[in-house]
Design a protein. Sequence first.
Length: 645
Amino acid sequence: MTLPFREGDRVAIRDRPWRIQDARQIGPGQLLLKVLPADGQGGSASFVTPPERVLPLPPEQLRFDPAEFGPIGPWLAAHRALALTATKDDALVGARYGRVVLEAYQVAPVLRILAKPKPRLLIADDVGLGKTIEAGLCLLELMFRRRADRVLIVVPPGLVPQWQEEMQERFGLEFEVIENATGLARAQTRLPAGMSPWVLPRAKIITSVDYLKKDEVRRRALERRWDLVIVDEAHALAESGSPSNPYRTRRTRLGEELRENASGLLLLTATPHNGYPHSFRSLIELVEPTSATLAGSNVADRIGRAMVRRMKRQILRRNGEEWEPAFLPRTVEPIPVRVGEEGVKLFELISAYCSRATKDAVGEEDEELVSFAMQIVKKRASSSRLALARTLEHRLAALKKEEERAEKPERAELKDYEADLPMPDAQAERTARKILRSAIPKDERRRKAEITKIMAIQHLLKRLPGPDPKVAGLVEHLRGVLAEEPTAKVIVFTEYLDTLEAIRAGLEAAGPPIAGAYVELRGGLTIRQRQDVQRRFDEPEVRILLATDAASEGLNLQRHCNRMVHFELPGGSVRLVAPAGGLEVDRAEPFVEPLGLRWRSPSSGPPRGSSRTLRRAPRRRQRRRLGNGVGAGPERRGWRRSRPG
């Protein structure tokens, strides 16, 4: 078989010229290349292609070819540009053109990028340390070295306008926004017919991860190789599932394609580790495949080559002769919720119902879907009474009448929901309803047993006295905050629209100073509507912002707010740690104890079903152990945050 490379050929690997010393095939379509530096500086090296990208270089011998003649003007212009932009490798020139007040620690990722053969790095700094600034500095330096002409920034939908504004105001860089089909059409109106904005020689585009993961959009966007790709909230690209059942989502596959179609890759996330080693490893593999193992010796050194991670407690500022922490500590205060004997009995009924339904489905065709449905019931029961009541209504209607049943959600949709990936409110509600209304047993005996149990739960739910105890606990907490600090502002997050409605009703019934002193932020709002809500929250008479988790992306509220309440315990730490817009919130280890609900009642303890939450504790301990070695562990420092239930 004739090999594409011969001894003595000149090639470029990792942006450096080499001379082939030996080439041999080691597998189907794979070559092992032994090379020497073309400039004679340094020793030999070996590369395997693929995955390494090898570009043939022209021979060193001079040759005369009239076909290669061209006008001298572009040649002179190119050499003038080279003279203007030539810099020393250890000199930072791009930073001087940014309109930012630099902190010393923010320069570290830039220096790491410039020292690497390929500009690929996982920036996993703590929330509030300025990962956007660090990414912008890396971008400027690479642009000054002519290594980043084509740049693609991939962010969650809610962060698109924020990134565009940051790049423009802080670094003077104009980016085209293609957040959806409308944005693509808008960009194409400024181009000649048939020209795609994705393939322009100096394209600089900000797009949404949800838009880019669509097959046709991804194919067109990655048709031409990018010099640099920046991904914010990059933990969504990691593998999901447990170590015994890992799986790749559509976002995971998108991350792999971005790696293959970009010379440089910057991943930004405050939560590189969700407690599962295989998930963390998949992120490391995107930027440094040779370091993507957590076994053996020197784990910290290997991970350190691929990742930069600093926590707020590590950042100090000099005050005279003393060094002091640069950031205020964060306090975490669980808010207790009191329930009576009837409330405890309700959760015991729910636990027994979900356990029996899940057990009856073992070995059946609908086992996985029924398990999902029962998880939804339990999570919404822990959220609010209204969320539980409406969830049971959906389930009961589908069990009683065949015409009320829904089609099963698509496999990819189910996997995204199982992985707890960020998704719009409407999509999350729609997927949950599909699961509840499609996971219907074929066995009539099982259906009748479920109907009986659900009706018993509904009957008890209607008999419960007084308002929802969690809503009452929240109102009591807000009264205390406003009594202590009348000008305080508080953000209340919930996962569910039904619970948002229950909280709104509770605030209205509370009277002054709470009633009427709040604004709502939910998914589905336009950029202008979101900005209007944010402006209203800045007004002195507005004290509370009610928001769903899906609507929280892209909010910069830290100037006026330092208190936050989470109404539910999310299913995974990533959602807890991911920043709520610009609010400096570290959600990685949010509670002193692992229980998401602190029920106080005359009974001896929490209701059954809490053991599932307790089983997450070993994952947290594992993350802390890895954190001690590779800087991936959580911290409980920063802004004040409390939570009911």
